[in-house]
Design a protein around this ligand. Structure first.
Ligand SMILES: N[C@@H](CCC(=O)N[C@@H](CS)C(=O)NCC(=O)O)C(=O)O
Length: 213
């Protein structure tokens, strides 16, 4: 039987990794479809018919034909569908959602952009890069302070907030941002990495399409 979920993305994409990480931690096998962004596949009609923003990731739920965009919205959907990582209470769910919004406002926007500049994917002036690094550090400080005395971002167990934020912080090194000043972040990352089914970005997303095992 084909896998329920089909994830479209590209291996270097942090938002695609977040969705893949959620699927693997939830124990959901998924078919992976490599989108050749270098060839502009993400802007072609076939992709845009299902991903209105012309981006990756795109998640297809074959059980009901839904096409889902925006990694944070996809994480919420998967939490609903799988009953995993959604938070133990309504308050936890709402707090997790706050962190998802905060992430793309303050953390991902800085770390992902610093990374694309550092890797030469999107060249920019050094002062633009430094501004993203400064913004990323400011956000990491907020996260680090929040994690003081806590194991998880929300509640007493891992939620989509941890998965979402991990899927950004994991790229800090490639962005040229040192995590050493943030005492709480390394132990929190180790807790995420110890979750059953965890895979890092390089192990999770191949450079070519792959059917679920
Ligand atoms: N907020 C979106 C961001 C997705 C995003 O920026 N994807 C990049 C690849 S990492 C992309 O598709 N870029 C091409 C474009 O925006 O045209 C999400 O979380 O899904």
């Amino acid at each position: 039987m084909p896998a329920r979920f089909e994830l479209h993305g590209i291996a270097f994409s942090g938002p695609t990794y977040k969705v893949g990480l959620m699927l693997t931690l939830a124990g959901e096998p998924f078919d992976y479809v490599h989108v050749n962004m270098m060839a502009g596949e993400h802007k072609q009609a076939a992709h845009m018919a299902r991903q209105r923003y012309g981006q990756v990731p795109l998640l297809v739920d074959r059980s009901n034909g839904r096409h889902l965009c925006q990694s944070a919205a996809i994480l919420e959907y998967l939490a609903d569908m799988t009953g995993r990582f959604g938070g133990a209470t309504l308050d936890e769910r709402l707090q997790a959602r706050e962190w998802l919004y905060w992430d793309f406002d303050r953390l991902a926007s800085q770390i992902y952009r610093a990374r694309t500049i550092k890797l030469g994917i999107r060249p920019a002036h050094p002062e633009v890069y430094e501004a993203h690094v400064a913004g990323g550090n400011a956000a990491l400080k907020v996260l680090d302070q929040h994690l003081t005395g806590r194991s998880w971002v929300v509640g007493e167990s891992a939620t989509i907030a941890d998965i979402d934020l991990y899927g950004v912080v994991a790229y800090a090194g490639e962005a040229g941002i040192d995590l050493a000043p943030y005492a709480q972040i390394a132990p929190w990352m180790a807790r995420v990495e110890a979750l059953p089914g965890f895979k890092g970005p390089r192990d999770l997303l191949p450079m070519e399409s792959r059917e679920a095992a």
